[in-house]
Design a binder for this molecule. Sequence first.
Ligand SMILES: *Cc1c(COP(=O)(O)O)cnc(C)c1O
Length: 340
Amino acid sequence: MAATDRLRAALAAQPRVSLAHLPTPIEPLPRLSAALGGPRILVKRDDCTGLGLGGNKTRKLEFLMAEAQQQGADTVITTGGIQSNHVRQTAAAAAKLGLACELVLTRVVPWGGDDYERSGNIQLDRLFGATVHLHDGGTDRNTAMAALATALKADGKRPFTIPTGGSNVTGALGYAAAALEIFEQLHTLGVKPKAILHACSSGGTQGGLSAGLAAIDPALRVVGVDVDANPESVEGTVRQLAEEVWALLNLDGALPPDCITLESGYAGEAYGLPTTAMREAVNLCAELEGLLLDPVYSGKAMAGLIGMIRANRFTKDDTVVFLHTGGTPALFPYRDALES
Ligand SMILES: *Cc1c(COP(=O)(O)O)cnc(C)c1O
């Protein structure tokens, strides 16, 4: 069986609920390419997955929410920062599927103010009817979620817990499926890109995508741009998740060890803190392409792509794909950081 058919069949055997607008478009960014004097840049619009303002977590939630339903859950628990996109998409998915949603939000980013505390993602969490539990930055998220699950069970509820970023093997399946979608779109376009780049943090996106593409198109390199300021630890998580996806889908042979690549140096001081290169990337994409990035993830990932282009890592004849993972609701809470 061809590798694509095999991956498709393995994914079809996994429980999945439809939540995202798929396939998301792939579009050229000609004015950005010209301004940078760089390669042809295509953007894969996973900011347009549709659910509750979209983003990469919706693909993961198609598999995670199916597992919750299979287990007979009536409540979903998840966790993240105050401006977590994952949390917002989970709250939207829970609303759509008629599940209650309980959120453990931790103050991990040393950034504050009224906009940060109340607008953007957290505003939408509340709009989707989720219950927000705010904790300080030092809180262990898994411990806090376990305590919440115990309390909910004592109350007669059936909670299902989703980890930070939806990044376990189930969630990562969403990006193994995306690998197939991207492969087919590029095939139709007749394009063979040098690399596909995206923001990497909790690892499920890169883990799933790397495993999926390694199975069907090993020449297409995935490059995760570290936004956690912690590339070694992130790389370990990505590799672990890719191995788990490979095993769960029973793919041929072993995961190629060289299929995980992290690019570091663009996170700045810490996760969630603005950088000058991020501001430049956000401004360039907005002014040249009418394309909105975000300050925490896609802005730093695009700063990485711009940095790599300026370091002559690609030629003018190359094509690169920027996987836009979403996050645009955070433009509003970070208003102060983006105003010049
Ligand atoms: C969560 C997120 C990422 C990172 O994806 P991981 O699977 O956590 O590595 C990138 N961009 C945005 C906008 C996100 O919300």
